[in-house]
Structures are given as structure tokens and as C-alpha cells.
Design a binder for this molecule. Structure first.
Ligand code: B12
Ligand code: SF4
Length: 451
């Protein structure tokens, strides 16, 4: 697997804290990086290690995505039972807190277990968490969602060689920037990392490339969701070109871009010279009705072929994501559309079933229409559609999320957004037991209690 950029980002920030001795001149900070995707983890040994130091330490659960949240709780449990501080960050908690009122049942699991939740980005903030953990005063929640940091001059993502060695092709990852200007309705990224382009400087990019090259690593996945809209893309490519052409670092890069990137002057040519060998793009669909429904109007199907051919002309491989299950999709249209793609588009594409993640517009709209339903029939329809969407996510996640029971208090739904763990179908009895307006309020309360 590709080494995690979230882990690399946190490691870079933690290493900087260690170097600056943020816990005081006499306290050194040891960092152990473990990635369960690539490594077998010896939990009893870790408990013994920390126990031997009077539990002076902290377990950081890094970059936890929604599909990983149940496992993250399982990992935290023995550490919390032993009284060891645990902090959790990543898109699940950030997504839930960006969009919900903080009472999500799943996040209550953290509160009940005494896991400290970190929402937002850790640049400039990790030292506060470390100090609080060291003094036994870890807060239940740190919420920086309204304060997205600039990335210029912050510690760069980095993983030591031993953490990269056992992964895919000795490559690593970094984010050159965060944020995307578009507004696709199925996207959570813009709700967590914002729509403004925040970026690392070319100097910082050079620094991290050299740090990696010093340990023999020269292949990178640049994880920006849309590198074409990173305002600093050209300065970044220029610096990478210099490192490749003048300093002889044999860079190999994979980037993610949008379907209009070929219209940016010099973008593809410079990508080639910088060392890009693979490009991922979200084609998503070829049916304009579906693209409009997903608010992905920047995707012009008439441009797909031109864009793909422009990359092909440079000898760069393209990979595309294609989403099945949009409103206008039926088995017949899917068969037809895939045949068109096979015939018309020079691309390797992988199919994804539409499923809504924590904090997307789509689920929010479904919840709203359930709450505002004028009659029982309309309510039932919205409810059924919402349930289907949610179950879709559960299937995609591979296992059910925490069971969400009946709400204790039925407040009006104040949440703007709701996420994938909504498990409406877990309480059919309550659906039966409620009627009319009260039943609608039940849904809103139920929604408020989920994430
Ligand atoms: C690159 C990427 C991948 C890569 C590598 C992932 C990685 N973590 O490096 C790969 C290809 C493997 C991947 C796979 C998947 N991904 Co992905 N991925 C991304 C992407 C584009 C960039 C990740 C990144 O580098 N972000 C930058 C880092 C620095 O941000 P961050 O993780 O939020 O970390 C910051 C803070 O959260 C905080 N923080 C994080 N952890 C901690 C811990 C502590 C203790 C503290 C204090 C702070 C803290 O500090 C960090 C620095 O500021 C994101 C979108 C995005 N923009 O983030 C999607 C994203 C994370 N992926 C997503 C998904 C759905 C998946 C998959 C499930 C897709 C699939 N169906 O297979 C898989 C799951 C993989 C798995 N292991 O289970 C979703 C997650 C949504 C959600 N609610 O969970 C995202 C948000 C994209 C989206 N569609 O919305 N992914
Ligand atoms: S282009 Fe990608 S990152 Fe940008 S809003 Fe759409 S799905 Fe999100």
C-alpha cells in the first residue's frame, strides 16, 4: 500500500515538536510510527512499553477515515483501559464535527472511552495536545475546524525509511496543498479542508524531496485532491523539474487532477518534465444529467477525450474514477455508458458505487426533505431513499457502524449535514411506533444522534 500522507504529515509535525523540545528542555520525545495497513502491530508489547514508563506517553490514532473508525475504537480500548492517553484525528472526526452539532452517537463512543478528539489540522496545534497529554490534562475535544492553517513554512510530511521500505515500490506521499474550489455534492473534502487553495512553498517541497532522497526514496504520490487547482502548481513543478534535470534526482510522481487540467497552459508539459508518470482524475460519469445532479458541472464530457489524449501524448498513464448509482443510472444506461467509454476514452478506469461520506450535501438534502415532508407519503419516500443511500455506505464500508438506537430527546434537527454512519434501518420498530409529525421529528432526532 502507499504510505499514508496523514501519517507522514503528523510525523513531520511531531518530529518538529521533538526537535523544539516542546515538553521542556529535559524531556525528550520518542516517536514510533506504526501503520496497521502495512505492519503487524504487537499491542501487548506497546502496553508493556508505556506501562514501564508509568504510562507517560500518548497513542495518536492518525488520519482515521470513516471506514476505519470502528477499528480505531478497538485499537484505543486496551490503551484506555490501561489509563494511557489516546488522541484521534482525521477525516471522520473532522467531517462529523464540521457538519454535525457534536452530539453524534459515534463520537460519544470516544467521549465514553476518554479518547480525545482532534478536529481540524494539526499544524501549529500538536504541541498543545502533547503538553496536555504530558500533564494528564488532555481535553475531550480540540476543535479547529473554523481555523484552517496556512501551510507555508510548516513542518513537511516525512516518514523514516523503515516505514516506507515495506510498502508499494519504495514510494512515499506528500500533500503539496489542500482545498479545492469546486462544489461537487458528494465531496466532503471541501467541507473539511475548505475551498481555498492552501499550499506548501517550492522551498518546502524541495526540502521534503531532499530529505527523502537522502534515504533513497524518490517516488511520490502527491495527494492533493486536485493538484491542477493548487495555486502554486507551476512553482512546484518548476522546482521539481530543477531537482530532476539539474540535480539528477530520478523523480517519479503520481498526481490527481480535474478534467479541465489540459486547458491550463504548460500544465501537462511541465508535469511530464517534473516526473509525473501516472495521473488520477475523477471522470465520475459521462451522463450530463448525473454530473449536474452531482453539481460537478466543471466536468465537460466533450473535453474528456481531449484531456486523456493530451496525457497520452506525453506517455503518461491515466486512471479514472467512475461512479455508478447516480440518479439517472439504470442497469441498461450503465451498460451503455461503459461500452461508450471502452470505445471512446483511452483510460483505465475503476468503478465506484455512489455512497455518501460524512458531511456531504446529498445526505443533508435527503434528511431535510424527510423532515420537511408535507405528508406521510412524501415522508416515506424520502425516508426510503435515505435508508437506501445509508445502506449503500454500510455495504461499501464492509461492516456496520455502531448501532444507533432510538434517540433519547427529540430535538429539531439543527444539523446542516449528516454522514455515512446513519443507520436508519436499525430501528424499524421506532418507525412504526411514531406517527405523522412526531415520526418526522423522530427522524430528525435520530439523524442528530448519528453521524
Ligand atoms: C491520499 C488519499 C488516500 C490515499 C492515502 C491515504 C492517506 N491517508 O495518505 C489512499 C489511496 C490509500 C486512500 C484510500 C482511501 N481513501 Co482516501 N484520501 C486521500 C486524500 C485525497 C488525501 C489524504 C491526505 O493526505 N490528506 C492530508 C492530511 C494531512 O490530512 P488529514 O488526514 O485530515 O490529517 C490532518 C488532520 O486531520 C489532523 N490529524 C489527522 N490525524 C490526527 C491524529 C491526531 C492525534 C491529531 C492531533 C491530529 C490529526 O492533522 C493532519 C495534518 O493537519 C483524502 C482527501 C483529503 N484531502 O484529505 C482522501 C480521503 C481521506 N479518502 C477517503 C476515502 C473514502 C478513502 C477510501 C475508503 C476509498 C475507498 N473506497 O477505498 C480508502 C480507504 C483506505 C483505508 N486504508 O482504509 C475519504 C475519507 C472520507 C471519510 N469521511 O472518511 C477522503 C476524505 C476523500 C473523500 N472522498 O472525501 N486515500
Ligand atoms: S473536484 Fe474533487 S476535491 Fe474538488 S469538490 Fe469535486 S470531488 Fe471534491
Amino acid at each position: 500500500m502507499i504510505p499514508s500522507n496523514s501519517l507522514a504529515a503528523l510525523y513531520g509535525i511531531a518530529a518538529d515538536c521533538a526537535e523544539r523540545k516542546v515538553l521542556g528542555p529535559d524531556v525528550s520525545i520518542d516517536i514510533t510510527v506504526l501503520d496497521e495497513t502495512n505492519t503487524r502491530i504487537d499491542f501487548p508489547a506497546l502496553l508493556r512499553l508505556l506501562g514501564g514508563r508509568d504510562n507517560f506517553g500518548m497513542v495518536a490514532l492518525v488520519g482515521v477515515q470513516s471506514n476505519q473508525y470502528p477499528r480505531a475504537l478497538d485499537i484505543a480500548r486496551p490503551f484506555r483501559e490501561a489509563g494511557i492517553p489516546v488522541s484521534m484525528g482525521g477525516f471522520h472526526v473532522s467531517g462529523c464535527l464540521a457538519m454535525l452539532d457534536g452530539k453524534a452517537v459515534e463520537l460519544d463512543a470516544c467521549r465514553e472511552m476518554g479518547i480525545s478528539i482532534f478536529a481540524g489540522e494539526a499544524e501549529g496545534r500538536l504541541e498543545t495536545v502533547l503538553r496536555d497529554a504530558a500533564t494528564g490534562k488532555l481535553e475531550p475535544i480540540y476543535n479547529f475546524m473554523d481555523d484552517l492553517p496556512g501551510l507555508g513554512g510548516t513542518p513537511v510530511p516525512f516518514l523514516p525509511r523503515e516505514n516506507v521500505a515495506h510498502t508499494l515500490g519504495f514510494s512515499t506521499s506528500f500533500d503539496a496543498g489542500r482545498g479545492c474550489p469546486y462544489q461537487c455534492s458528494f465531496c466532503t473534502i471541501i467541507n473539511v479542508q475548505g475551498r481555498r487553495s492552501r499550499f506548501r512553498s517550492a522551498d518546502d517541497i524541495e526540502k521534503l524531496v531532499r530529505m527523502n532522497w537522502a534515504q533513497g526514496v524518490h517516488k511520490f504520490f502527491i495527494t492533493d485532491d486536485n493538484f491542477a487547482r493548487n495555486k502554486e502548481w507551476e512553482a512546484t513543478f518548476d522546482r521539481l523539474i530543477e531537482l530532476r534535470e539539474k540535480d539528477g534526482i530520478p523523480l517519479g510522481l503520481m498526481i490527481q487532477v480535474d478534467t479541465l487540467c489540459h486547458k491550463i497552459p504548460n500544465f501537462i508539459e511541465k508535469a511530464k518534465r517534473a516526473g509525473v508518470t501516472r495521473v488520477f482524475t475523477g471522470l465520475e460519469n459521462i451522463n450530463p444529467d448525473n454530473l449536474t445532479a452531482a453539481k460537478k458541472n466543471q466536468n465537460k464530457i466533450t473535453e474528456y477525450r481531449k484531456m486523456l489524449l493530451a496525457w497520452k501524448a506525453q506517455g503518461i498513464m491515466t486512471l479514472a474514477g467512475y461512479i455508478l448509482g447516480f440518479p439517472a443510472d439504470t442497469p441498461e444506461t450503465i451498460r451503455r455508458d461503459i461500452a461508450i467509454i471502452q470505445h471512446e476514452l483511452p483510460v483505465r478506469f475503476h468503478l465506484i458505487t455512489a455512497s455518501d461520506l460524512a458531511g456531504t450535501d446529498k445526505i443533508a438534502a435527503l434528511i431535510e426533505s424527510s423532515i420537511e415532508a408535507k405528508d406521510d407519503k412524501q415522508f416515506e419516500e424520502s425516508f426510503a431513499q435515505m435508508t437506501a443511500e445509508c445502506n449503500n455506505c454500510h455495504k461499501a464500508a464492509g461492516k456496520p457502524f455502531l448501532h444507533v438506537g432510538a434517540p433519547k430527546v427529540p430535538p429539531p434537527c439543527s444539523n446542516k449535514m449528516l454522514g455515512p454512519a446513519l443507520r436508519i434501518d436499525t430501528c424499524p420498530d421506532n418507525r412504526q411506533a411514531h406517527a405523522g409529525r412526531q415520526r418526522r421529528r423522530h427522524v430528525s432526532a435520530f439523524a442528530a444522534a448519528s453521524s
